[in-house]
Design a binder for this molecule. Structure first.
Ligand code: NIG
Ligand code: FE
Length: 404
């Protein structure tokens, strides 16, 4: 089938996110051909023969949202733990009593690949309806080779559907499986699981839950270095629940990104800035866990650390998957500016995933991943608390979601 292209007309504001800032083009149009953006104009364009015209009715258009940290694939939910936390128990107490991640491990191991796929597909549809066109998806609820590979195969199959880009991350180091000494498990990660994942080409990144009560800084370094040897780019859950030196580890191993960062040390942040590690902030999680700490955003800003925003969607610490809501929490809970929040779910999220040459901005040559909103002014995306601003989601030049 020949591609006759698409033309988005009557866009009140196009947030190209190119250059510094929002890169706003007023009263513009966007031409798309063969899945790529070919022109962003600051004046009306008329449709060529055969080109599909989408009249945006004077609304805001911006890059498809990128969610650079999620646990999209899992079995079961954990509403019981939510209730326990409302009654005063902490995430750490629940985890140490055998709940938390390990309870999702039980449900994930019991699920077939198709069951995991079907559940994750439902959530992916929901994400697309909220404008997500690229989602990172972690394993980490198998904690053995077979189930970790199963989770990553599910992520691959979801990406192959062609509705959303799915970036797979191996998170075998999410927890230590029951009845296995930690040292034995770390050896298994190094000698069996990482090589199996890498040789099957099933992950781009290797992640670790770095906390003194899970994998400490030295253990995390060991695991991420093992991933690097097999071509997996390091990333890390750092300094969330306790200060554990995670930011320092991220800098030391040259991680693409470090997530959470509620309690990084000053030295760790400085090292991250020096090493160019992207901070992936997860304000939905912080809010949902009613965490006492917030990341030192002002310090990150001063150091020039690139800040991305992710949902951290998972059944325990954040069952919220909508990137516009993440942006709202970013502003209201973390004190980000509207510009920082919108950069966080687009261009900076692309940097966190090392995909910024392909996605995250609306520029000629980039993938045509575009969100057409139903709002007349970009500030509404953050200001209209709880509102889904997405009218149409376009992935690779194809409409994959449309609100009627
Ligand atoms: O990023 N902190 C570790 N991983 C997730 C939580 C996963 C879970 O509780 O199931 C997070 O918050
Ligand atoms: Fe996470």
């Amino acid at each position: 089938m020949t591609d006759t292209g698409m033309l988005l007309t009557d866009c009140s504001q196009i947030l190209t996110m190119a250059g510094s800032g929002l890169g706003i083009v007023e009263h513009g149009a966007i031409r798309i051909r063969e899945g790529r953006i070919v022109e962003v104009a600051d004046h009306p364009l008329s449709a060529a023969e055969g080109e599909t015209e989408v009249d945006c009715h004077g609304r805001v258009v911006l890059p498809g949202f990128i969610d650079p940290h999620t646990h999209l694939v899992f079995g079961g939910w954990r509403q019981n733990e939510f209730e326990m936390r409302l009654a005063g128990r902490t995430y750490k107490e629940i985890a140490q009593a055998g709940g938390g991640i390990l309870s999702t491990v039980i449900h994930t191991r019991l699920a077939t690949e198709d069951e995991l796929y079907n559940r994750a597909l439902e959530r992916l549809h929901e994400m697309m309806a909220w404008g997500t066109t690229t989602v990172e998806a972690k394993s980490g609820y198998g904690l053995d080779t077979e189930v970790e590979l199963r989770m990553l195969r599910v992520a691959r199959r979801l990406g192959e559907l062609g509705f959303c880009r799915v970036v797979p991350t191996f998170l075998g180091a999410h927890s230590v499986p029951k009845r296995t000494p930690k040292d034995v498990y770390i050896k298994r990660l190094e000698t069996e699981m990482i090589p199996a994942v890498a040789s099957a080409g099933l992950a781009r990144f290797c992640d670790v839950f770095c906390e003194d009560f899970v994998f400490n800084a030295a253990e995390s370094t060991r695991i991420l270095e093992a991933g690097k040897k097999h071509g997996l780019v390091p990333t890390i859950h750092a300094d969330e629940i306790e200060a554990s030196g995670g930011a320092e580890v991220a800098a030391r191993v040259g991680a693409a990104s470090a997530s959470h960062l509620l309690r990084p040390s000053d030295a760790g942040l400085e090292a991250m800035a020096e090493a160019g590690v992207v901070a992936v902030l997860l304000p939905g999680t912080c809010f949902f866990l009613r965490a006492a700490h917030k990341p030192p955003v002002a310090k990150m800003r001063d150091l020039g650390i690139v800040m991305a925003l992710a949902s951290d969607f998972n059944p325990g610490s954040c069952p919220m998957l909508a990137q516009p809501l993440t942006a709202q929490f970013g502003c209201l809970h973390y004190g980000l500016t509207i510009e920082e929040a919108l950069s966080g779910i687009t261009v900076n999220a692309a940097r966190a995933l090392q995909l910024d040459s392909e996605i995250g901005t609306l520029e000629p040559g980039k993938a045509a991943d575009v969100v057409v909103t139903d709002v007349p002014d970009y500030r509404h995306i953050v200001y209209r608390l709880g509102h889904n601003p997405v009218w149409m989601t376009i992935y690779g030049g194809r409409v994959v979601h449309r609100q009627f």
